[in-house]
Design a protein around this ligand. Structure first.
Ligand code: ATP
Ligand code: MG
Length: 493
């Protein structure tokens, strides 16, 4: 602890260091993240009156070594009074747009190599302003002809090894991820951006490869409708100062399900290929994906497990969240942890989700409340009639008990079987007991997803006070929980 602070006239002078422009390149970004910083900036400056076009060109020499990186857009350009602060790290900042920290462009340029030039032109200018250095202090600008009404072009030289020149790698792991990340801007019927990548020869200017980035979305297979649809769609979550939407579903789990959707089975490089490393939810902020495939990373499940491979979804952060200075993570503040807690408890069935129901969505092997009771009952009847261990001879559905208004779900060789899709409680136990008592049936089964404490107490009471055999049987012990076949869907839904 200090004490007795006394002011003096001695000063220190803290100078900005140009090294910052180099250090900003030493970040944890991968190649597509570096591209994304530059694409984000073009999107943020998009003109409302035209589709945004972003072209990324990589010039390579005869040995396929990267010589020059060029990104150009037809957005609004950087206004002249904003050019100096745009270069100065953290001089511009905001919270509700893609321009957040005032760092991205500098991080991307230094991450990729060294600035060759930045040229930018607004609509009211005749020529573009050009700068050739990222540094503090005064610097002269040049003017140059520019072949668009407005826009920005950044040329980078002395490229670092992170720059991908391999066409195969670009096809497999850059283009699809950009298509997934910017999917909301690339919708074919409401396209807001055209994003092109190409590789050109630095000597002849000839185009060697070209890619048009297309929208790429997670594919879902809805367990009951068997369509490409999530189970939860844009469910609104909110808390103290934040809002988010949760979309959740399951990927098709085999070739037959892709076939049923009329879709191709994704290749092993596809961003949403069903696999251990690609399970989970994407986190979106400002309309683009910040983080892919989050599940154990967000603590929604303790560890990755093959059982979760088909889990898909989106946590769309609407309001109250911010990214870290490298946008491959979200600041772990109260809104974010509150939001993730909500997502976790909804998905694991410990708090209410859509339609006020609770359901363990992470248990992907079964879809308890997705299967109609009648279908479950008919499957149980089939099983009672056919299982080799304890086959019943006479099985009746909806068996009417003389004199009381009500039917036993199934009467199988003098055994009463009652079925509940959800959890069973004490009243359900007593309803079964009533049928058994009035119908003089000695043995009864109550089949349900789970049983409340009360249900257990009621069953114990009946067994000890009446001469009846009453079994509480969890439904996952019977082979009746698989997702419906096409014909079952037609009949029961
Ligand atoms: N392509 C572009 N078109 C128009 N303006 C741009 C473009 N690129 C950068 N700018 C301007 O330069 C500023 C600085 O960009 P930079 O990416 O370094 O930081 P930022 O976008 O403000 O914040 P972040 O760190 O979140 O990226 C932007 O705020 C924007 O005003
Ligand atoms: Mg930026």
């Amino acid at each position: 602890m200090i004490s007795n602070i006394t002011p003096t006239n001695t000063e220190i002078d803290v100078e900005p260091s140009n090294r910052i422009f180099l250090e900003l390149g030493n970040n944890t970004y991968d190649y597509k993240d570096l591209l994304s910083e530059l694409i984000d900036n073009a999107i943020a400056a998009k003109r409302p009156d035209r589709t945004l076009e972003v072209s990324i060109t990589l010039y390579v020499d005869e040995n396929n070594s990267a010589i020059r990186f060029l990104i150009s857009d037809n957005a609004a350009g950087i206004q002249s009074e904003k050019l100096a602060p745009a270069i100065s790290p953290a001089a511009l900042y905001g919270s509700n747009s893609l321009n957040e920290h005032g760092l991205g462009m500098k991080q991307a340029i230094a991450g990729l190599g060294k600035l060759d030039y930045l040229a930018t032109k607004t609509q009211d200018e005749v020529q573009a302003r050009v700068i050739t250095e990222l540094k503090f202090g005064k610097q002269k600008i040049s003017l140059a002809d520019f072949d668009s009404d407005s826009g920005t072009e950044i040329s980078i030289k002395h490229l670092r090894p992170i720059v991908q020149t391999n066409a195969g790698t670009i096809t497999r792991s850059i283009v699809p991820y950009l298509g997934a990340r910017y999917r909301r801007f690339l919708k074919p019927d409401a396209r807001r951006m055209i994003l092109r990548l190409s590789i050109k020869s630095s000597t002849t200017d000839e185009t060697q490869y070209e890619w048009n980035v297309e929208e790429l979305k997670p594919v879902y297979f809805h367990p009951s409708t068997r369509e490409n649809r999530p189970v939860i769609l844009a469910y609104e979550l909110s808390g103290n100062g934040w809002r988010a939407h949760l979309t959740f579903g399951y990927a098709p789990r085999n070739d037959a399900e892709y076939d049923e959707l009329g879709l191709e089975v994704p290749s092993k490089f596809h961003p949403y290929k069903v696999s251990l490393s690609r399970q989970g939810l994407d986190v979106l902020l400002h309309d683009r994906v910040i983080l892919f495939h989050q599940l154990s990373q967000l603590g929604i499940v303790p560890t990755p497990h093959n059982d979760y491979n088909v889990i898909r979804g989106e946590i769309y952060l609407v309001e109250g969240f911010s990214t870290a200075i490298t946008k491959n993570s979200i600041i772990q503040d109260n809104p974010f942890s509150e939001c993730i807690d909500k997502v976790r408890t909804i998905l694991n069935g410990t708090s209410e989700g859509p339609r006020g129901s609770t359901h363990n969505y992470l248990k992907t092997k079964t879809y308890p409340d997705e299967i109609p009771e009648k279908l479950l009952r008919d499957r149980l009847i089939e099983w009672l009639k056919n299982n080799p261990m304890n086959k019943k001879n006479t099985v009746n559905a909806e068996y009417a008990v003389e004199g009381i208004e009500g039917n036993i779900d199934i009467l199988a060789d003098d055994e009463a079987w009652e079925l509940k899709v959800q959890q069973a409680n004490a009243l359900d136990v007593y309803q079964l007991f009533m049928y058994m008592d009035v119908g003089q049936i000695e043995k009864g089964y109550l089949v349900a997803s789970s049983f409340s404490g009360g249900a257990q107490v009621a069953a114990d009471w009946i067994i000890s006070h009446h001469d009846k055999e009453l079994v509480l049987a969890p439904r996952d012990q019977f082979p009746i929980n698989h997702s419906p076949s096409t014909s079952e869907r037609e009949e029961y839904y």
